[in-house]
Write a protein that binds this ligand. Structure first.
Ligand code: HEC
Length: 90
């Protein structure tokens, strides 16, 4: 009985998480479309924007190091990582 309850709770928590992520993603694409269509910028906003703005005045080297660190935090795909690297260090 109690087990079933916890299972249900876990499922609800999981669904809630997925839902917020989906809603966020949709919001992101809706705003980025009007703001600009650079795929790197979009990738940054999607993946990094929830925690902070785009960094300024970092050398390409620093960007590489930082993106490698932030990749874990943001759970980037390889494609997003490439886009973001290009966006931050053209
Ligand atoms: C979960 C939140 C989170 C996400 C997502 C995230 N960051 Fe960060 N970022 C932080 C925090 C917190 C710091 C503060 C420095 C630290 O604790 O390492 C930081 C620091 C930085 C810095 C500053 C480093 C410095 O020394 O000035 C840069 C640049 C950066 N992040 C880039 C990114 C990029 C690019 C992404 C997306 C790929 C990203 N971050 C995603 C939380 C996040």
């Amino acid at each position: 009985m109690i087990r079933t309850f916890f299972k249900a709770l876990a499922v609800v928590a999981f669904l809630a998480c997925t839902l917020t992520v989906t809603v966020r993603a949709q919001k992101g694409s809706a705003t980025t479309k009007s703001a600009g269509s650079d795929p790197g910028e979009q990738a940054f906003r999607h993946n990094c924007g929830r925690c902070h703005n785009a960094p300024e005045s970092l050398s390409p080297r620093e960007v590489k190091a930082v993106v490698r660190q932030m990749r874990v935090r943001a759970m980037l795909t390889q494609k997003d990582e490439q886009l973001i690297l290009k966006y931050l260090a053209p």
